[in-house]
Design a protein around this ligand. Structure first.
Ligand code: MF3
Ligand code: CO
Ligand code: CO
Length: 247
């Protein structure tokens, strides 16, 4: 969506804060021995307490409240009986709505102590996010975001899962424009004031090829390498991107 009024901005800020609170509550509960369905229960309880609803079940029939993906699972993992272990990289992705306004954010959380490579990968998802966000200026083209993300991921020595992208958001989960995490000159759309988008690098320590699991949802790395994901919803303004899902 493109925000056209103070009232719309306020509604987006409200759902943005709820998504943040949900991710924070889940993050605080991540530790070895916890199951992903317990984390999902925290997501549901937090959203419900704030009068919000999870969007993926409504929009796509996703079988859970949050997407929870562990280690080689990158995105769209289904919460279940899996018990987290020391060293796991846990990707929490929450998309929720209230009053018809939708926000989407994700973090990579470490369960206990993680390997040096996993730590570097998680940090790279964050720094690539920052570089992508910095490219999201009024008048910039969509491909500038992917170019900035990809450059940072390459600098870190990791790969982008090119099949998955950021997107417009606000009245539905996935709106125009699609925002690749790699450089593709075909994505020439100019960013305009008020546009609401996600920037969300999805990266791996291996070759960047992805495959869908037998549950038909989970996207994992084809080579079994670790994956990381970092996502915020932001509005494009004349003074730079304003994060709606930050603390
Ligand atoms: N949160 C995901 C995103 O960042 C969307 C999940 S919808 C699902 O785009 F149905 F695929 F889970
Ligand atoms: Co998203
Ligand atoms: Co998301």
């Amino acid at each position: 969506m493109s925000i056209r009024s103070e009232a719309e901005l306020e509604k987006m800020q409200i759902i943005g804060r709820i998504v943040r609170a949900t991710l924070d509550a889940m993050t605080a509960a991540v530790q070895p021995g916890v199951t992903t369905s317990e984390l999902d229960g925290i997501a549901l309880a937090t959203l419900t307490r704030h009068g919000a609803e999870s969007s993926p079940p409504k929009a796509y029939g996703f079988p859970g409240t949050a997407c929870i993906s562990v280690n080689d699972e990158a995105i769209h993992g289904i919460p279940g009986c899996r018990v987290l272990a020391e060293g796991d990289l846990v990707k929490l992705d929450v998309t929720a709505e209230k009053d018809g306004f939708v926000a989407d954010a994700a973090v990579t959380v470490r369960a206990g102590n993680v390997s040096v490579e996993a730590e570097a990968l998680a940090r790279c998802a964050e720094s690539a996010f920052r570089m992508g966000m910095r490219a999201a200026q009024v008048g910039s083209r969509v491909y500038e975001i992917g170019r900035a993300v990809e450059r940072e991921v390459y600098r870190c020595g990791f790969s982008v899962l090119k099949d998955f992208c950021g997107h417009g958001v606000g009245r539905a989960i996935h709106e125009e424009p699609t925002i690749p995490n790699h450089f593709d000159p075909r994505y020439r759309t100019k960013l305009t004031e008020g546009l609401v988008i996600t920037v969300e690098p999805i990266i791996s320590a291996g070759n960047g090829r992805a495959e869908r699991g037998s549950d038909r949802w989970t996207i994992r790395t084809a080579d079994g390498s670790m994956a990381a994901h970092h996502e915020h919803t932001m509005v494009i303004t004349r003074t730079g991107p304003q994060l709606l899902t930050a603390a």
